[in-house]
Design a protein around this ligand. Structure first.
Ligand SMILES: NC(=O)c1ccc[n+]([C@@H]2O[C@H](COP(=O)([O-])OP(=O)(O)OC[C@H]3O[C@@H](n4cnc5c(N)ncnc54)[C@H](OP(=O)(O)O)[C@@H]3O)[C@@H](O)[C@H]2O)c1
Length: 255
C-alpha cells in the first residue's frame, strides 16, 4: 500500500511507536505536531498547532488516512474540530482513526469530557472513521505513582482501579486499524489485569525497595463516584499482554 498518512501527535509517546509501524507497512507518513522536526526516510514533518488550526489545509493535502493522536490535558475537542473541518475541506480523507480513552463519556473530568466531544465530532463528521478507546498507558501509571510517592505520606485514594496497558500494544493496534476499513468504534484495549491504585503504588515502591506510610483518602464528588463504580474499566477482550510488573522491571528503576 502506498499513500500519504497524516499522524497527528506522531512525535509523542504513542505516535513515535506508531510511525515506524506505518512506514514498515508502506505508508508515506506526515507527522503533525506543534514543533518542526527533522524529516526522515518516508516521513515528512509539519508544524501545526491544532488549537489554532493554521496550516492544516497544507498538512492535509493529498492525505487519505488520518491517525489523530495529538492531545493533551486541554483542548482535544477544539483541536479535533479544527482537524475535522480541514479534512472535510480537503475532501480526500477516507479514513480517520481516533485514539480515545475508556470511560470518555462516563468520567466527569475535563480530559474525559473533551475526549467524548472529540469522539462526537468525528462520528458526526461524515468522514469514515475508526475509534479505539484505550486504558491508561503504563508510562502514565508510572508518572502518577511516582508523583504520589514523592510525598512522605502516600495518599491512597480508595476504590480507584486502572487497567494499565502497554503503549507499544496500543500503537500496534492502531497500525492494524489503519490498514483496515473504517470500523466505527472498535473494542476497547486495556491491559491484562485490573489493579487498585494502591496495588500500582505498591508495585512501584516494591521495585524501589521503599516503604511509605499510607493515608487512605476518598476522592470526593462525581468523579470519585464514577471511578469507584468502575466506568473507566472495560471487560473487552482481547486485552493487551504486557503487565504492569513486566513494565516496571523493564524500566530498570534504581532499586
Ligand atoms: N497516555 C495515556 O495513558 C493515554 C490513554 C488513552 C488515550 N490516550 C491518548 O493517546 C494520545 C497520545 O497520548 P501520548 O501519551 O502519546 O501523548 P504525548 O506523549 O503527550 O504526545 C502528545 C502529542 O500530541 C502533540 N500535540 C499536543 N498538543 C498539540 C497541539 N495543540 N497541536 C498539535 N500537536 C499537539 C505533541 O507534540 P508537540 O508537543 O510537539 O506539539 C505530541 O506529539 C492522546 O490523544 C491521549 O489523550 C493516552
Amino acid at each position: 500500500m502506498s499513500s500519504t498518512t497524516l499522524v497527528t501527535g506522531g512525535t509523542g509517546l504513542l505516535g513515535s511507536q506508531l510511525v515506524p509501524l506505518l512506514r514498515r507497512a508502506g505508508h508515506t507518513v506526515r507527522v503533525l505536531s506543534r514543533h518542526p522536526g527533522q524529516p526522515g526516510d518516508g516521513v515528512q514533518q509539519v508544524a501545526v498547532d491544532l488549537l489554532s488550526g493554521d496550516g492544516l489545509d497544507d498538512a492535509l493535502s493529498g492525505v487519505r488516512t488520518v491517525l489523530h493522536l495529538a492531545g493533551g490535558p486541554k483542548g482535544d475537542d477544539v483541536g479535533t474540530r479544527n482537524l475535522v473541518l480541514a479534512a472535510q475541506r480537503a475532501g480526500t480523507v477516507d479514513h480517520l482513526v481516533l485514539i480515545s480513552v475508556i470511560g470518555a463519556d462516563a468520567v466527569p473530568i475535563g480530559y474525559f469530557v473533551r475526549k467524548a466531544l472529540a469522539e462526537q465530532i468525528v462520528t458526526t463528521s461524515g468522514i469514515p472513521y475508526t475509534i479505539l478507546r484505550a486504558a491508561q498507558f503504563h508510562e502514565l501509571a508510572l508518572k502518577t505513582v511516582r508523583a504520589m510517592a514523592k510525598a512522605p505520606i502516600l495518599l491512597a485514594p480508595g476504590g480507584i482501579r486502572w487497567q494499565p496497558v502497554a503503549s507499544r500494544e496500543v500503537a500496534a493496534r492502531l497500525a492494524e486499524l489503519a490498514q483496515g476499513d473504517p470500523a466505527g468504534r472498535v473494542a476497547d484495549l486495556a491491559g491484562p489485569h485490573t489493579y487498585t491504585l494502591e496495588e500500582l503504588q505498591r508495585g512501584y515502591l516494591d521495585v524501589l525497595g521503599k516503604h511509605r506510610l499510607r493515608l487512605p483518602v476518598r476522592v470526593p464528588g462525581k468523579a470519585g463516584r464514577a471511578y469507584r463504580s468502575g466506568v473507566n474499566l472495560t471487560a473487552a477482550v482481547p486485552t493487551g499482554v504486557d503487565t504492569w510488573e513486566q513494565f516496571l522491571t523493564a524500566q530498570n528503576l534504581p532499586g
